[in-house]
Write a protein that binds this ligand. Sequence first.
Ligand code: PAF
Length: 282
Amino acid sequence: VSRTAALVRTRKAVRALVAGWRGKGLTVGLVPTMGALHAGHAALVERAARECDRVVVSVFVNPLQFGPDEDYGRYPRALPADRKLVAAAGASAVYAPSVDEMYPQGFRTHVEVEGLSELYCGRYRPGHFRGVATIVMKLFNQVPADRAYFGEKDFQQVGILERMAEDLDVPTAIVRVPIVRESDGLAMSSRNAYLSPAERGAAPALRKALEAGAQAARKRGARPSTVSFAVKRALNGTGLKLQYASLADSATLEPARDLRGPRRLLVAAYLGKTRLIDNIPL
Ligand code: PAF
């Protein structure tokens, strides 16, 4: 069966669409994305389609979450292909607003999840999580959904959004979906498209380094610093330049001082000009 997903461009249109569904008693799932969709996104949409009667996928490259020297301008954009992918995965609509629709002239309000936004990736991407929290809060208000789906590839992001939803009484439930990987272990990401063939060959070393960290964590007397060191050592000679390897408390996102309890090992590394992130539970 070939399916199509309706394309809506304005806040008014998406609101009317969702209100119509809700009026019929249908449940609604929201999958926020920046487009250039891949199998990781398809997994989010499929999960949403299993759990909700209707699914809206938002596609919006959010200028607010990019730093001045980051890749906003060249971030891949592929709306026709995205529409096909999400329709096949079970979405009913794609909501793809323009920048002016999202941030009309005079826009001034931001959402800041203090403390958590400055850790890990936030240390190197000032303002990034403020941009993410702001756009996601807007999407929650524009697309009143029962559930919203986020991938654990961006582990810090989903933790921050859960905190925000709790703090600001968002009625939408946040659902975490596990990382989807290529067959060689590389976590799926729209930014993988930036990698040259040689870089693409080297990229799975990031996941291997996480595994080396996880193995180090299982050793007697292991500490967060020995785990981070094991990641660093595993990346030697791979061409990947480690930005950070940190252990977080899986529930609170706070930096872990020990290895007791659920922990997440988070990494970011550069391969040429491309910044890759990944994480693994310990
Ligand atoms: O994870 C992403 O693609 C983005 O950060 C999100 C959640 C769609 C907000 O722009």
